[in-house]
Design a protein around this ligand. Structure first.
Ligand SMILES: Cc1cc2nc3c(=O)[nH]c(=O)nc-3n(C[C@H](O)[C@H](O)[C@H](O)COP(=O)(O)OP(=O)(O)OC[C@H]3O[C@@H](n4cnc5c(N)ncnc54)[C@H](O)[C@@H]3O)c2cc1C
Ligand SMILES: NC(=O)c1ccc[n+]([C@@H]2O[C@H](COP(=O)([O-])OP(=O)(O)OC[C@H]3O[C@@H](n4cnc5c(N)ncnc54)[C@H](O)[C@@H]3O)[C@@H](O)[C@H]2O)c1
Length: 520
């Protein structure tokens, strides 16, 4: 890493000290001509964008101030899904009596933390500077600041570019709740530093992070309260899905306080403990506080003004359908462009932005964005949201999972598959709740993208018994319903009568159809 200036490291590293990603970054090479693409940020969006452009033959410089891999690898998807895996295992073992399996459960939190770290270590090389540089891109460690529409500063070094991709991501939002700034609260960046399981954990926010991490810590043995201002946990999901998640959280012993805004935090003097004061005056004590109240785009100090890049009303980088910012030479992708904020979206959109940038294309973003909340039960959704406010002309077809044999055999019937259909039975959305819902969703995402109808899915043989039966059965139910409509039933009934008459005619003539053929 000689020649590069060390940027600030992200707190909350589950792997202490300089990492391979940090150590592997190259010094900033001397510049003879502007870079074809300057990529700012080495998270999912940045690394995919840089690799895409470099593989097309563009000269690409990626600048990352901390560690390549970004939130997903270090503080987001990978640690949270690893933690949830341990938590779900503990819950399954505790609950095994339902299936006749009795086990004593003893959670070793340090060992769980080691499992989380090991998962990160295993995935890290894929996101390392060396892996990115295999594409031909140059990776340097430093903080990039735009200084003009075609120039930036990287730790005191001037960088000129023909085009740039802003991929600086987002960080946890810390709203101005009185006392919160003094509370030493954990966030999605620092919660991974915990070495001991907190006895009482209060989670502010019942969105994706609040539900996933709240359930994880509860299943690992903490007494968890989730304080959520909205009446529904996971407010962006189908209310029936959210109700099942809420019931599961409560089953795990979580105190779910919905419709409860955190109005103030009173930290105990000298300790990480304290009390959350709710808007209605109720008080909730904690040993550790975890804040999961949304995300703030990382745009501060980025020099976007100097570059002519405008922000929207929420402080996110404003982009058009091609991911171009208000500076036609600068593109943006990933969390910094605002919701929806997912790793898969960051990667897909960065690839699109990079190819638009270096090939001069005008491809637009794909509106079909699947999402999965990895609670138990898992909630997976794509396309038009199912729920009470369905747009006119759309309807739903739902299969409860007590009719899905795989769910019955596993004793996991708390779930459903709901397809959203248009008037021509094209699949335009879905919500699936239950084990492996995220896996079942892929078929629906493809169906939506390809404009498939329920008859296409119904006509595709699904293996038995799988959770995919939920989607299949919902599609078959819709096809059956359409066959039962008076018009179709009339035509089908007519066909049956015609066939019967024809067979009777042949029978009376004393010949089977096969005999008739061989006689010709
Ligand atoms: C707890 C948690 C769980 C999550 N789970 C999931 C999940 O299961 N599935 C899913 O799809 N999504 C999940 N997400 C969301 C996912 O992590 C993000 O959508 C994704 O990481 C965004 O990628 P990005 O490249 O836009 O930003 P980031 O990953 O944040 O990368 C941005 C990078 O830019 C760097 N940077 C910032 N400013 C500068 C600068 N001036 N110069 C140089 N470098 C800079 C930062 O250091 C950082 O490395 C989760 C998020 C959290 C917090
Ligand atoms: N599985 C996944 O894909 C996954 C997992 C984790 C995070 N993420 C990404 O990270 C994003 C951020 O997640 P998040 O959970 O922090 O934010 P969020 O916006 O999903 O949820 C925060 C919730 O906090 C509530 N809230 C706001 N102010 C409050 C207050 N004063 N008191 C109590 N509640 C209050 C809001 O009603 C809101 O629903 C997600 O939207 C998603 O894009 C994705």
């Amino acid at each position: 890493m000689s020649g590069t200036v060390a940027g600030p490291t992200v707190s909350g590293s589950p792997v202490a000290g300089p990492t391979a990603s940090e150590a592997g970054a190259a010094p900033l090479p001397p510049q003879e001509q502007p870079w074809d693409l300057l990529v700012v940020g080495g998270g999912t969006a940045g690394l995919v964008g840089a690799q895409t452009a470099a593989r097309f033959g563009a000269r690409v410089l990626l600048v990352e101030r901390a560690r390549t891999g970004g939130d997903c690898l270090w503080t987001g998807c990978v640690p949270s899904k690893s933690l949830l895996a341990a938590a779900h295992l503990a819950a399954a073992a505790r609950d095994g009596g339902r299936l006749g399996v009795l086990a004593a459960v003893d959670v070793g939190f340090p060992e769980v933390v080691e499992h989380v770290r090991a998962a990160i270590r295993t995935i890290e090389p894929v996101d390392s500077p060396a892996a990115i540089e295999e594409s031909g891109a140059v990776v340097v460690r430093g903080t990039a600041t735009f200084t003009g529409p075609g120039s930036a500063d990287v730790d005191g070094r001037h960088v000129a570019f023909r085009q740039a991709l802003v991929a600086t991501g987002s960080g946890p939002a810390l709203p101005p709740i009185p006392g919160l700034d003094r509370a030493g609260a954990l966030t999605s960046e620092t919660v991974w530093d915990l070495r001991e399981l907190p006895e009482r954990l209060v989670v502010l926010g019942g969105g994706t992070i609040g539900c996933e991490l709240g359930q994880a810590f509860a299943r690992l043995g903490a007494q968890v309260s989730v304080v959520h201002s909205h009446e529904q946990v996971l407010p962006r999901e189908d209310p029936d899905a959210a109700a099942l998640v809420r019931a599961a959280l409560e089953g795990d012993g979580v105190d779910v306080l919905t419709g409860s805004r955190a109005a103030a935090v009173e930290p105990d003097p000298g300790g990480p403990g304290g009390t959350v004061v709710l808007a209605d005056g109720r008080r909730v004590g904690y040993d550790r506080l975890l804040v999961a109240l949304g995300r703030t785009p990382r745009t501060r100090g980025l020099g976007l003004d100097a570059a002519g890049v405008e922000l929207d009303g929420h402080g996110c980088v404003r982009v058009d359908a091609h991911l171009r910012t208000t500076n036609p030479r600068i593109w943006a992708a990933g969390d910094v462009t605002g919701p929806p904020q997912f790793t898969h979206l960051a990667g897909v959109r960065a690839a699109l932005a990079a190819s638009n940038a270096v090939l001069g294309l005008r491809r637009s973003v794909d509106p079909v964005v699947p999402r999965v909340t990895f609670t138990s039960p898992e909630v997976a959704a794509v396309g038009v949201r199912s729920g009470p406010r369905l747009p006119a002309g759309l309807r739903t077809e739902t299969v409860q999972h007590h009719h899905v044999d795989r769910a019955v055999t596993e004793g996991e019937t708390a779930g459903f598959t709901r397809l959203v259909l248009d008037s021509r039975s094209r699949i335009v959305g879905a919500t699936i709740v239950g084990p492996r819902a995220g896996e079942s969703l892929a078929e629906v995402a493809l169906a939506i993208r390809q404009g498939l109808r329920t008859r296409d899915v119904a006509g595709t043989t699904h293996a038995y018994p799988t959770y995919g039966d939920g989607v299949w059965s919902a599609a078959i139910a819709d096809v059956r319903r359409s066959l039962a409509s008076p018009a179709v039933a009339g035509v089908v009934g007519g066909l049956v009568r015609l066939r019967r008459g024809w067979l009777d005619l042949r029978g009376r003539a004393g010949r089977t159809p096969g005999q008739a053929r061989s006689a010709r």
